[in-house]
Design a protein around this ligand. Sequence first.
Ligand SMILES: [Zn+2]
Length: 208
Amino acid sequence: MSVDLRADLIAAAKHFYDRGWMVGTAGNLSARLDDGSFWITASGRPKGQLTDQDFIRMNLDGDIVEQPVSESRPSAENSIHLAVYNSFPEAQACYHVHSIEAKLVSRLTAGNAVPLPGIEMLKGLGVWEENPQVSMPIFANYLSVPKIADEISQAFAVSRPAVPALLIRDHGVTVWANSPEAAYNYIEIVEYIFRYMVTASQVILFEI
Ligand SMILES: [Zn+2]
């Protein structure tokens, strides 16, 4: 972990941008400091060219506590990060990207969770079972992001998901982890699983 967490977030955003998962200004990344506050990408910044000025530090009440550029605003989706950190106190980083595959996977079911394939890569999300049967929760997308965040908070207050990730339908995926490095890996893994699912939806698989 870097001394300044923003370096981790800048490097991750550049990589996700290069993969086509944070096109233009899409998506937002955050990581927590020891005092519980978190750096989050500022609204409207190109994700392939972030600098340490392109962040805002917020506390868990949603107040801005540090702002390198006075006119900058936190990500419009900061309420989703707040919902995640308040639901999972152990989470130290929360990454949210807008990939095409995440949107398509959210349409593989009309329900509120999509079953994940029992492939080896699930181990990377902490699922160590024979023939695992786990799902990723799906939340509705609303123009009002706090409404999405409210539904996430309500759902996770009742039950924790089997994997540290959630989908917002037709929108994107969010992961959380105990370090920026782990959140980076989780994004890589969920995107791999999504590519598998989109490809598998186009071919006939034998039951084994
Ligand atoms: Zn988003």
